[in-house]
Design a protein around this ligand. Structure first.
Ligand code: NAD
Length: 513
């Protein structure tokens, strides 16, 4: 794209080119054409961004702000995004390839995250701990400092917002590493922060690659908190770097989410769950419905219905709101095609799809259904991150749950039945961070989200998310001290024991380590 304006990094309230002069080209996945050129952040930009964020923290710019005002600031960021929501949705749609309506939904969710945590900013409270007449004791829930936030490409705007809103609401400052395949949404987020008057350095957004800018960021000595949303493989690398400096992490990783379908289920609801759960955004959602575990007596009927639905899905560019939109990149599509080849070699049967739609110019992949998928196969066990559904049958009720739980992932799971007793029995036993009953994506901004097992730890969304952005500190105050000399009396001796002192409690030995 000769002559196109270079999109810059947002660092310390300014738009900065990269010192190396290197660039990243951003593609439209629906046709492979370059739509933007961004400045590639490297070590120097990481250093500048972390220094700015650290200055904001050390100068207590956000911490000393009234929490209500931090909330008002987030409300203003939401307003700034809302004022340009059509334009930003179009950018999000074109850089990710997703349907425009889905991109509009992403902008809406982004705004809701900001407003939700804005409203909670002044409700992050400590507690007072009774310790007898001589002490006042209370806890404060303090920010960590510089929070490094690594964002994937499948929801680049809303996944920026959900972590950043919590961090700012609680007084942390933030450096975001936007995804190299879809960096423009993060840049729009930075623009909204700028126009909302977020103090310079409190929010920094870098456009760079993971192995360079991302790696430099997670290794930076002044980073005190990491939120990583992405693949388990990269998550392990992030954890290794974090372990060097004992940096706390929130890990939002992949999934292999299953729906267990009992014979009494409403099959229309199941088919609709498959339509949205498996195929929206070309199957590139972490809590996608990837495995359908079906009671044998209804398996053939359900498979026929799913096949009819999937073969009826329209294919085309996200801007025109087709059902099956392109995958993010040629590489991602090749990974999905490879996973389909492996599934065939491991004995699964193709019901429909299974290959790239190479007659089109973009990175389109056919909506795919496999049946006869064995529990030990790769398709059953490993995340594919594409429009691929694996169907497996079961015979007795307990084995449905056992199959659903038989992977090392646990982001989401679902059950379909008209029997409330069975639904509750299953909901308790499905081992996943979110459980959906008779639908898919049955959760929202207000409901805690995150993984069990290798899908990660820590929670995003809901009030629980705030717990991951603060550390509890305790303040103990000794009150009404005697004017001088040795203290006597039962309460003072109790205090002495509490302090671990073998000697009687005197002012002279009141020295804390
Ligand atoms: P990825 O792990 O390849 O990349 C994620 C981010 O990490 C990108 O910004 C990338 O540049 C960065 N990165 C790569 N190497 C790095 C390194 N060494 N150090 C620091 N950062 C590095 O994942 P992806 O392909 O972008 O996203 C898809 C994955 O994300 C899937 O596994 C999906 O399930 C997961 N995901 C999880 C959630 C969730 O909330 N649990 C949400 C969305 C996506």
């Amino acid at each position: 794209m000769a002559g196109a304006e270079v999109v810059k990094n947002y660092i310390d309230g300014e738009w900065k080119d990269s010192s190396s002069g290197r660039r990243i080209e951003v593609d439209d996945p629906s046709n492979g054409k370059t739509i933007a050129v961004v400045a590639e952040a490297g070590q120097e930009e990481v250093d500048l961004a972390v220094a700015a964020a650290n200055r904001v923290f050390r100068d207590r710019i956000l911490i000393d702000m009234h929490p209500y005002d931090r909330g008002r600031m987030l409300f203003r960021v939401a307003d700034a995004l809302e004022a340009r929501s059509d334009e930003i949705a179009t950018i999000n749609c074109v850089e990710t390839g997703k349907a425009l309506d889905l991109a509009r939904g992403e902008v809406g969710t982004t705004i809701r995250y900001l407003r939700y945590y804005a409203g909670l900013a002044d409700k992050v409270e400590g507690r007072s701990i009774p310790r007898g007449a001589e002490f006042v004791d209370y806890t404060v829930r303090s920010p960590f400092g510089v929070s490094a936030q690594i964002v994937p490409w499948n929801g680049p705007l809303e996944l920026t917002a959900r972590s950043l809103a919590c961090a700012i609401a609680t007084g942390n400052s933030v450096v975001v590493k936007s995804p190299e395949l879809a960096p423009l949404s993060g840049v729009e987020f930075a623009r909204a922060c700028e126009s909302a008057g977020v103090p310079a350095g409190a929010v920094n957004v870098l456009t760079g690659y993971g192995h360079t800018a991302g790696q430099a960021l997670i290794q930076h000595p002044d980073v005190r908190h990491i939120v990583f949303t992405g693949s388990p493989a990269t998550g392990r690398a992030v954890l290794k770097a974090a372990s060097e400096r004992i940096v706390p992490c929130i890990m939002e990783l992949g999934g292999k989410s299953a729906a267990v379908v009992y014979a009494d289920a409403d099959l229309d609801a199941v088919v609709e769950a498959v339509r949205i759960g498996t195929y929206l955004n070309a199957g590139q959602n972490c809590n996608n419905l990837t495995r359908l575990i079906v009671e044998r007596s209804i398996a053939n009927e359900l498979l026929d219905r799913v096949k009819a639905c999937v073969e009826g899905l329209s294919v085309g560019p996200g801007l025109e709101n087709f059902d099956i939109t392109p995958m993010i990149s040629q590489k991602q599509r090749q990974l999905v095609e490879g996973a389909c080849q492996v599934a065939l070699s491991e004995g699964a049967r193709i019901v429909t799809g299974g290959a790239a739609l190479s007659d089109r110019s973009g990175y389109f992949m056919a909506a795919t259904v496999f049946s006869d998928v064995k529990r030990e196969s790769n398709l059953f066990q490993k995340e594919v991150f594409g429009p691929v559904l694996a169907v497996t049958v079961f015979d007795d009720p307990a084995s449905g749950i056992e199959l659903a739980n038989d992977t090392d992932q646990g982001l989401a799971a679902g059950v379909f039945t008209r029997d409330i007793d069975r639904a509750l029995w299953c909901a308790e036993r499905l081992w996943a961070g979110q459980v959906y009953v008779n639908g898919w994506y049955v959760g929202g901004v207000e409901t805690p989200f995150g993984g069990v097992k290798q899908s990660g730890y820590g929670r995003e969304k809901g009030q629980e998310a705030l717990d991951g952005y603060v550390q509890t500190r305790n303040i103990g105050i000794r009150i009404s001290p005697p004017s001088s000399g040795e203290v006597s009396g039962t309460q003072s001796r109790t205090a002495a024991l509490d302090q671990g002192l073998s000697q009687p409690f005197t002012l002279s030995n009141l020295v804390q380590p």
